[in-house]
Design a protein. Structure first.
Lengths: 222, 114
């Protein structure tokens, strides 16, 4: 007779265990880290460039970029003043804890206060893979349309902060901010939201102030 | 999504629990998957036949219990499945609603012979 054994374990538990190891590794070096997720073209690298320009006088910033190919994004971050490492995922559509751990071997955590992890542009897969970072951040952009929370609820539900980029384009688009924010609020009640334009710089300071406060809070435990 | 990674992880979990229970054979895996997790059952089944082939889970049946996305209205307590383009309560139009099901993604149990 077959016997039933209760398991109740997250299907990606192997990834989650490694994410915990990464989290401890970051803590050992007192590095605060952010996992930045978005669709392709939302402005992940632009936000990273702005963030580095504003914060690099206040802290040491590193950036790990996951991309299917090329090092264009890591080059942009390096040009803006960060220590940048490229992980080419070789076709994988998301970063997982294994890939991030490999990337971490190429960066000296002892020389960092803040690590920005730029995930592969994708609104589905990255949401499932915990990386062990301290905050998960989603960058949405107005040209993507106001229906995105409704179409990709899994992504909007799991993040700690939301940046809405390209607000300078709103006069030219049919983007209904109320409809968009209503979907977000239902999926992720109270999630902190920043409305920015990486092109004009509008609102970017509210985001970097939040980041600065989070890094300061994190450092208090040491 | 990334069905091969999911299948590998499933096999690892199932074998670990089977070993603990001193199983000779794993006959079934009972999975609970919410609608928000975008994985394809047939694809997992396909990978399973390849990667579990040399293991005691070779003949295991994969049972998928799919859970539909469901909201509960905090105002009038209506429980409902949302429309494609709106999450609002269909009864009272409130936006004070909370997701109550649909983000499950776990292996609930395995069935073994020992």
């Amino acid at each position: 007779m077959p016997e039933r054994v209760k398991v109740v374990e997250n299907i990606l538990s192997a990834n989650d265990r490694l994410a915990t190891v990464i989290n401890q590794q970051l803590k050992a070096h007192r590095v605060f880290s952010i996992n930045l997720m978005a669709s392709p073209g939302a402005g992940k690298t632009s936000l990273i460039e702005q963030t580095i320009r504003i914060l690099s006088t206040k802290m040491r910033i590193g950036m790990i970029n996951g991309d299917i190919a090329t090092s264009l994004d890591a080059d942009r971050a390096a040009a803006a003043g960060a220590i940048a490492v490229q992980i080419n995922t070789g076709g994988e559509c998301h970063l997982d804890a294994v890939m991030l751990q490999q990337g971490l071997q190429s960066i000296d955590l002892a020389n960092l206060d803040l690590l920005l992890v730029e995930n592969v542009g994708n609104l589905v897969c990255p949401a499932s893979f915990d990386l062990g970072t301290h905050k998960n951040v989603l960058i949405a952009s107005t040209p993507e349309g106001d229906d995105k929370p409704y179409k990709y609820p899994g992504m909007y539900r799991g993040v700690d902060a939301l940046v809405i980029n390209k607000i300078d384009l709103m006069p030219y688009l049919n983007f209904d901010m109320n409809r968009f924010c209503q979907g977000v609020e239902i999926l992720n009640p109270g999630v902190i939201t920043f409305k920015v334009s990486c092109r004009s710089g509008e609102g970017v300071n509210t985001w970097t102030d939040w980041l600065l406060a989070n890094v300061a809070d994190y450092k208090k435990q040491f | 999504m990334h069905e091969l990674t999911v299948t590998e992880s499933l096999l690892e979990i199932a074998l670990r629990h089977a070993e603990k229970a001193k199983a000779q054979r794993i006959t079934a895996l009972n999975l609970v998957i919410g609608q928000m997790a975008s994985i394809v059952d047939e694809s997992i089944q396909f990978y399973w036949t390849i990667i579990a082939n040399e293991t005691i889970a070779r003949e295991a049946q994969l049972n998928f219990r799919r859970i539909q996305t469901e909201f509960t209205c905090q105002a009038c307590k209506t429980v409902y499945n949302p429309l494609d383009d709106s999450f609002l309560c269909p009864h009272c139009q409130s936006e004070n609603v909370r997701l109550s099901a649909g983000d499950e993604f776990f292996l609930e149990s395995i069935e073994i012979e020992s």
